[in-house]
Ligand binder design. Structure first.
Ligand code: ZN
Length: 151
């Protein structure tokens, strides 16, 4: 994707997250881990999370790939920290709806904070998987956790 086609402010926020990612690294206290890749672009995201009492206490990521995929992981980790699993699953759904061009209440999008900026990838269909990779990884890890839960 040619980032130059994006609004300058959006571009700056995306580049800032990609160049100085938040929550980058591996969590030593992790209770859950998942690695997902996007073969069409070569993006890889590895998430480590500490879940405690149905809440995301902490989350970190490592990975490699294009600017959009890495920026999206940083934005995602920012907004889901401290959220309950249920809240984070709703956010992941909202995010993927948004980048696929489905209309959403602005109030729902506001919860996504910086990640809402990635709504602009809707005009670049080839990059949708790059933007959603981190959120899919999050969603998969949380759904697996729900499945293995006996209570
Ligand atoms: Zn990519």
């Amino acid at each position: 994707m040619s980032l130059s086609k994006l609004n300058n402010l959006y571009r700056e926020v995306i580049l800032d997250h990609a160049n100085h990612p938040h929550h980058k690294g591996e969590l030593v206290t992790a209770t859950n881990q998942i690695t997902l890749n996007n073969p069409t672009c070569g993006d890889v995201i590895n998430l480590t999370m500490e879940l405690n009492n149905h809440r995301i206490q902490a989350i970190k990521f490592t990975g490699d790939g294009c600017t959009i995929s890495q920026a999206s992981a940083s934005m995602m980790a920012d907004v889901v920290t401290g959220k309950t699993m249920a809240e984070a699953l709703v956010m992941a759904k909202t995010f993927s709806d948004m980048v696929m061009g489905k209309k959403h209440d602005p109030v729902d999008l506001k919860v996504l904070k910086d990640a809402a900026i990635l709504a602009s990838v809707v005009s670049f269909p080839a990059r949708i998987k790059c933007a959603t990779l981190a959120w899919w990884a999050l969603q998969r890890a949380l759904l697996d956790e729900q499945d293995t839960r006996e209570d």
